[in-house]
Design a protein around this ligand. Structure first.
Ligand code: PMP
Length: 316
């Protein structure tokens, strides 16, 4: 794990993964002043180590830090720190095709603060863990339920940044859904309660013929890096792509539905349950469009196809 303390993020040091010391009145513990990122390192067949668009994570962290009243590292500092952490943990990167190394940068208000205010000090930690598939289903379809009571974000709130509180907000709905056998929850907008937002930890897309549609970024959903990449990949493959409001009715009428995220990559959705009605897609199979986009993205991330977009950063 790499740990930076102080305001300018220039004096990071590598430490063995372990507990850290924090004041009981640290900003992150009391007022939720915490932001994280998630990215992956893949081992290529020739033993190179590949990162996927790490500067996008740096820029999203910057945007989030601004919303959460925190300082943030520069894009260069962030990318260099990620590289150093990965190289120091090279032995944990799974062999090609066997998974990846998940990288978790965590920026927090580590200084003590009692009255409500931004913390006086900040810490950036970067730790890693080898991972396989996020959903136990792998590329097999996942089953989602539309949540009609609880929301993960409201306009003007912090739903559009990767702050820790957003994840606390989804635990109840997600746990209830999992207890009933669903893979995860699909959230609706909190105003009109009929437009799709996203899943607890991934973005959502629907497919109808040659048209691929995803909810527009408007402050209440996370601007996913996989989402942005899939839009570009889909456009380059001749699909029509729209970012706009997507109603539940349109979702239930889609040919295919899939989710995107660093952890889930592209996960096809086999069924959606909404107010007791269950709609299945592609006979519970993996839709052709989802499969095609999954293959294109994963072969790019693993270094198996030419990086025409310039998205891959090679570490060695
Ligand atoms: N939405 C939420 C709420 C998430 O936590 C994530 C995972 N970071 C995503 C979407 C997907 O973002 P990305 O593709 O950058 O991983």
């Amino acid at each position: 794990m790499k740990c930076f303390q102080g305001e300018n993020f220039s004096k990071g040091e590598l430490q063995r993964f372990g507990n850290i010391e924090l004041s009981p009145s640290a900003g992150i513990l009391n007022y939720g002043q915490g932001l994280f990122e998630g990215l992956k390192a893949y081992r290529k067949h020739d033993a190179n180590i590949l990162l996927f668009r790490p500067e996008e994570n740096a820029m999203r962290l910057k945007m989030g830090a601004e919303r959460m009243c925190m300082p943030s590292p520069s894009v260069e500092q962030f990318v260099e720190a990620v590289k150093a952490t990965v190289l120091a943990n090279e032995r944990w990167i799974p062999p090609p095709g066997k998974g990846s190394l998940y990288i978790r940068p965590l920026l927090m208000g580590s200084g003590a603060v009692l009255g409500l205010a931004p913390a006086p000090e900040y810490t950036l930690l970067i730790y890693v863990s080898p991972v396989g598939n996020y959903f136990k289903e792998g590329l097999a379809p996942i089953n989602l339920i539309v949540e009609t009571e609880m929301h993960r974000a409201t306009p003007g709130g912090t739903g559009g940044v990767k702050t820790i509180g957003n994840y606390a907000a989804v635990l109840k709905a997600q746990s209830a859904a999992k207890a009933k056998g669903y893979s995860d929850v699909l959230y609706l907008d909190s105003v009109q309660k009929r437009y799709l937002e996203e899943v607890s930890s991934c973005n959502v897309f629907i497919v109808k013929g040659n048209l691929i549609v995803t909810p527009a970024i408007k402050g209440t959903i996370l601007p996913g890096i996989t989402r942005k990449s899939i839009i570009d990949v889909a456009l380059s493959q001749g699909f029509q792509v729209e970012e706009r409001l997507v109603s539940v009715d349109e979702l239930l009428d889609a040919d295919e539905v899939f989710c995107t995220g660093t952890a889930v990559v592209v996960s096809p959705v086999g069924s959606i349950t909404h107010q007791g009605r269950r709609v299945t897609y592609g006979n519970d199979g993996v839709g052709l469009v989802s499969q095609q986009l999954y293959s294109t993205l994963t072969s790019l991330q693993m270094g198996l196809s030419e990086d025409k977009m310039g998205w891959i950063v090679e570490l060695k």
